[in-house]
Design a binder for this molecule. Structure first.
Ligand SMILES: *Cc1c(COP(=O)(O)O)cnc(C)c1O
Length: 415
């Protein structure tokens, strides 16, 4: 069918509907490297403005670290720009193998396989290791990429209420007849910043003879005493059957992901996972960058320690200023506003004060749970955080939401 005026008008109406609902996503253009201080054009065509970035996944401040950039340059010089092939034809270099070994060492796993992204890792892993005789039991708040991967798999699908161990147990009992049971969770949940209780979950999996998969995208590099992830925090290293994670967040922030865990499961991915078989893997320049990131993190915990200090300062400051926060101790610090339009207006007012922080609302978070999700970085210095705190306080006062309860805020703005 031709792209007729009728077809065009239907799409235009749909897009207008998105605009009218106030949920149209608008890009802000960054004219500088990713860092605590960035130069932004927003809205499109506006003069450039220097602002403090409070919403990057750049947890360790490594996205533009000079040593990582230098290592990437060297990788580019020594291994070229592109592979022009998928891994199993002629797209595997020695540095891909080296990165897989280093990741296994860092995460404390048996084996690792790289994917173009964690989205691809999650899209490929389930169908590669499970069949229709198996069951996948996932937390109801897992990341969209896990949901998509689950959809692509022929195994039976079920869910348990968010972080509800009792409910998970009932589902494990319900599916006792299946060949394999695979429990699926995020390590750190991206919208609320809470962590999965992996110690309890692993114990339950052992009791009911189930495997466990944890997506560590918002954990790898900084959660746990030496930054290995949520499994380190809960003292279950070596007991997670499958870890998926990204290099697109704390680990340099460029791109790429992996499946890491039991040797045979990783081998199954190498034989069967479609994004691995049919899509180019990580470019040499990025591999070289991630290798350097792992060296930096293995040499010292300074960055994750600084991130912890920064996070504590930020949470305490916002709490004392009178904001409603989601409880937690990760660098994801959601400032609750409840109303979608308020979250947009608040974000805009912060921008005018030189602070870049995005408002999230339905369907990214539940209805009535709109928020500004702030994310702290080891790249933030105290002066960044103090300035951001002053701006949040000023804007909070302007909207008259400080020292108010959820009820009082929703009475004023609706939800
Ligand atoms: C960001 C994220 C992903 C996707 O990672 P990419 O490598 O960018 O595809 C997957 N899972 C979770 C939990 C994430 O937060």
């Amino acid at each position: 069918m031709a792209y007729s005026n009728k077809v065009r008008s239907i799409y235009q109406e749909t897009i207008s509907g998105i605009r009218d609902a106030g949920i149209f996503k608008q890009e802000r253009f960054i004219h500088s490297p990713q860092a605590a201080d960035i130069v932004v054009e927003f809205p499109s065509g506006s003069p450039l403005k220097k602002v403090i970035n409070m919403c990057a996944n750049n947890y360790l401040g490594l996205s533009s670290h000079p040593d990582v950039v230098k290592a990437a340059h060297e990788g580019l010089d020594s291994r070229g720009y592109g592979m022009s092939s998928v891994r199993f034809i002629c797209g595997t270099q020695d540095i891909h193998r080296e990165l897989e070994r280093k990741i296994s060492e860092f995460l404390g796993t048996e084996e690792t396989i790289l994917f173009p992204s964690c989205m691809d890792a999650n899209a490929g892993v389930f169908e590669a290791v499970l069949t229709k005789d198996d069951v996948m039991i996932s937390d109801r708040l897992v990341h969209a990429s896990l949901i998509d991967g689950i959809r692509l798999c022929s195994a039976v699908q079920d869910t348990f209420k968010h972080s509800d161990i009792k409910h998970l147990e009932s589902k494990l009992q319900l599916h006792a007849d299946k060949r394999f049971k695979l429990v699926i969770t995020d390590g750190v949940f991206s919208m609320d910043g809470d962590t999965a209780r992996l110690d309890e979950m692993v114990a339950l999996c052992e009791q009911y003879d189930a495997m466990i998969l944890v997506d560590e995208s918002h954990s790898s590099g900084f959660i746990g005493k030496t930054g290995r992830g949520t499994h380190e925090k809960y003292n279950v290293m070596g007991k997670i059957d499958i870890i998926t994670t990204t290099f697109g967040k704390a680990l340099g922030g460029a791109s790429g992901g992996c499946v890491s865990g039991r040797r045979e499961l990783v081998e199954m991915c190498r034989q069967k996972a479609r994004p691995y078989l049919f899509s180019n893997t990580i470019a040499p320049v990025v591999v070289a960058g991630v290798l350097k990131v792992l060296d930096i993190l293995s040499a010292s915990t300074d960055r994750r320690d600084k991130l912890e200090t920064n996070t504590a300062f930020w949470r305490k400051g916002l709490t004392e200023a009178g904001f409603v926060l989601r409880e937690g101790d990760t660098p994801i610090v959601p400032v609750m506003l409840f109303n979608a339009k308020l979250s947009q207006d608040f974000s805009r007012a912060l921008y005018d004060e030189g602070i870049y922080a995005i408002g999230f609302f339905f369907p990214v978070v539940p209805q009535g749970a709109a928020r500004i999700r702030t994310q702290i970085s080891a790249g933030h210095e105290m002066h960044h955080l103090q300035k951001a705190l002053d701006a949040f306080t000023k804007v909070g006062r302007k909207f008259d939401i400080l020292h108010k309860t959820k009820q009082e805020i929703t009475d004023m703005y609706g939800n």
